[in-house]
Design a protein around this ligand. Sequence first.
Ligand code: TYD
Ligand code: MG
Length: 465
Amino acid sequence: MAKRGPTYTCQACGAVYHRWQGKCDSCGTWSSLSEEAQAAPVQGARAASSGKARGRVFALESLKGDTQDAPRIVSGIGELDRVTGGGFVPGSVLLIGGNPGIGKSTLLMQACAALALAGRRVVYVSGEESTGQVRLRAERMGLAEAPVELAAETNVEDIIATLGQGARPALVVIDSIQTMWSGEVESAPGTVTQVRGSAQSLIRYAKTSGACLILVGHVTKDGQIAGPRVVEHMVDAVLSFEGEGAHAFRILRGQKNRFGATDEIGVFEMTGMGLSEVTNPSALFLAQRDQAAPGAAVFAGIEGTRPVLVEIQALVAPTSLGTPRRAVVGWENSRLAMVLAVLETHGGLRLGQHDVYLNVAGGLRVNEPAADLAVAAALVSSLTGAILPPESVYFGEIALSGAIRPVSVAGARLREASKLGFEAALMPSGGADAGDGSGLNLRRFGHVTELVADIAANAPRKDVK
Ligand code: TYD
Ligand code: MG
C-alpha cells in the first residue's frame, strides 16, 4: 500500500511531492510548495483496486444518432457572444482569466444584467467583494434595476444548497474560484487542493442541474491562470480577458472552447459606464496613426473569423551596447529573430550593430505568421528611413529561404482594408483566393529581396546595402 503522510503541492502547477523542496521540478517555480493533507480516495476506488468491484453496466452508443444542437443562452453583448461561439451553453462551465482590475467582474455583471433583464434567472456570487460593493458598481453602470440575484459567499456547499432552491438558474457566476472553499476538502482555503475540490463540486452542480456556470480565475505574472492548471482541463471553455494598463480597450480571447472556435476575439472599451463593445476594432487600432514616420506598416490580420487591421511599429537604431538589444511587444521574440536573420541573409541588411524594437500598436497581441511581411517592411523602413505608403496594407509569411508564402483568407483581409479606405496591398505572389472584388491595387512579392529593393528605392539614406 502506498505510504500516507503529508504531501507538498506546487501552488503554481499542482505537481505533488512527498518531500518539501525549494523549487518545483515540474514548472520551475521557487517557494511554491505548500503542505496539504492528501485528498481522500475517490469513493469506490479502493473497492475497485481490490478487484472485487462490480461496476454498473451502461449501454454503448454509435457515433451516428439523434443529437440536438446545444441551445444557446445569448447575452446580447455581441462581442461576448462571438467569443463563446454564439452564446452560453446550458450545463457548460466557462473559466474567465485575467489580471486583477482588467474588468472581469464588470463584464460579467453586464452579462448577468442583460440576461436577467431578458427574464432569465441569474445568480452572481462574489467571494471577493461585499454585496454593497457589487451593488455600487452596478449602480454606476446604470444596471441597478436588473433583477440579478446577489450573494457574497465563499463556501461551495452553502452556494450549491442555495442554488438548489427555487427555479434552476440559467447562469451562475462565481467570482472568483480562488476564493471558494469546500468543507469536504481538508486543506486551507486558497490552496490548489481547495480550488480543485471547489471547482469539481461546482462543475458537478452545473452538469447535473443544466445551469451555465462561469468561474473567474486570477492570472499570475506569466499569464497562467493561477493555482491549478487542472481547472483549465475540467471546464468546457477557457477565455482570457486581456489589455494593457495604459489603454482603455480590452480583448476577450477564446483559448479553449468545446462549443465553438477558439482564437475568436471580442473587443471592448472601458468607459466610465462599464465596458462598451467595439464593433470595428480596426478603426480603433489605427486611430492614432502617425503616417509620416518611417518604421510603421499596417498588417491585415485575422483574429478568429474576423479581419483586424493593426499597425506594426519598428525602430532600428545604432546600438551603443556590445550585444544589440531586441525588444518586442505584442509579437513573438523568436519570430522577430527569424525575420531579422532572413533580412540579413537574403535581404542584404546589416543589423548586427543595431538595436531593434518592435511594437504592435494599441496593445493587441498578434500570433499569426502572416505578420512577417508587415514586420519586415516596418524594419526595412525604419533602417532606411523610407516612409511606407500610408494607404497600403501588408500580409504574408516569410520562409527561412526568404520566400514570401501565401497565407489563408486573403480575400477577407483585402475586403477589410478596402472598407477602411486603403488603396494597395503588398502580399505574396502565390495563393488562390485573392483580391476578389476588393478593388485594391495588389502588389505581389515572391521574395524578401524584392521587398527590400522596393522600399529602399524610396530611401533618403542610401547607406544600406
Ligand atoms: P473589475 O471588473 O473590478 O476588474 P477585475 O474583476 O478583473 O479585477 O474592474 C476594475 C477596473 O475597472 C477598475 O480599475 C475601475 C475600472 N472601471 C471603469 O473604468 N469603469 C467602470 O464603469 C467600472 C465598473 C470599472
Ligand atoms: Mg473582480
